[in-house]
Ligand binder design. Sequence first.
Ligand code: PLP
Length: 450
Amino acid sequence: MLASEAVRTDLPQILTALPGPRAKALIERDARVLSPSYTRSYPLVVSRGEGAMVEDVDGNRFLDFNAGIAVVATGHCHPEVVSAIQRQAAQLIHMSGTDFYYENMVRLAEKLAAISPGSESHRVYFGNSGTEATEAAMKLARYYTGRDKFIAFYGGFHGRTYGSLSLTASKVIQRRGFGPLLPGVYHATFPDTYRRPHGRTPDDYAIDCVRAIEDQLFRHTLPAEDVAAIIVEPIQGEGGYLIPPKVFFEELRALADRHKILLVFDEVQSGMGRTGKMWAAEHFGLSPDIFTTAKGLASGMPLSAAIARSEIMDWRPGAHASTFGGNPVAVAASLATIDLLERELLANSERMGEYLMDRLRTWPARFRHVGDVRGLGLMIGIEIVRDQETKERAADLRDRIVSLAFERGLLILGAGTNSIRLSPPLIISRDQADFAVSTLEECLTAIEKI
Ligand code: PLP
């Protein structure tokens, strides 16, 4: 075989029609027994993964620019994460960290406290999922402040259990049929600067959004002194990968401080190096009172954390706990993940994010249906519009691009009504970034002909 013919295992290879025969058979079985509430954008039946690549049950190889929805920060089955899991599983799988002590749970909490934004000391509460971290943050905020109301943002996503769902204001389908939700949750406008009112700069608009909390909510419907916390994603994830200007958080911090309201950052999607820094909060020079992390925390093992200033996380034994939270195997995976991030992957996330953005920035000028491209590190959103003048949201075209990319071996997903999200593992190479860019360019050219 010539060197030029060598099989590239780091790039996609599609061998069958999609879905292939095995995938098709499995999808039929799935439809009979699994909850139909899951959302599957395309028929991918995964059998294994390595690095940024996943293979389906028919032997087709895909480049995963989702990272299992921003979860496998270190890539699929990173050898150091795998061996940490294997070693821990052979030694101890569970004893219940809420009733007994584990050394690694302490080590991980020490590590998270040390890398938390801000210089104050922090304490850590472990759960298993993003939504549990949100619930913990909400309960802690009420407990600490003695107040019961919350402010969240339109477009925000914080989870699907009752407390977190009450904050979530992303898609109506997530709430339809489930009311009544938690009372006392109010929503404010998140600054989508691409869609700012005519004549306002991004900074003006961000300031307007915070002022509206004071001028409207606090004036008409919500006594400020009843509010326990403002809960916000520093970068809206499910809402469309929206990055607010820094001044938004400066104003929000000032407003929260004026009224003795806690500021809670949901870093479930934006944390763990996704934006090229450990926490998105670092881009905004801000330390929240409480923040949450989950998705990338243990590279695919179920683990989440609510992290607060020590003075705030001062509740009584029994106030909150979880049987599985801080499970030793997940904790071992997390220690290995953070080690890899600090050694090399934070830098790669920043470097590859800049590399991708340099190429993607030109797209609104080159492609009729690209309205906006925005990104920090490897958290990049591409907004698809009918045309750039009207900025009409083109969900159908976005969905078509997602399908076309799948057919070409590139896994991407939508975010918000009409955006594409790129959230690859933090280990991607330049060749993989190039493949993703050229594949997406092909897809964008193809939809211009529709
Ligand atoms: N918060 C944010 C910002 C998220 O993106 C998500 C999940 O997508 C959640 C919370 C909920 O996480 P989980 O699905 O693990 O409950």
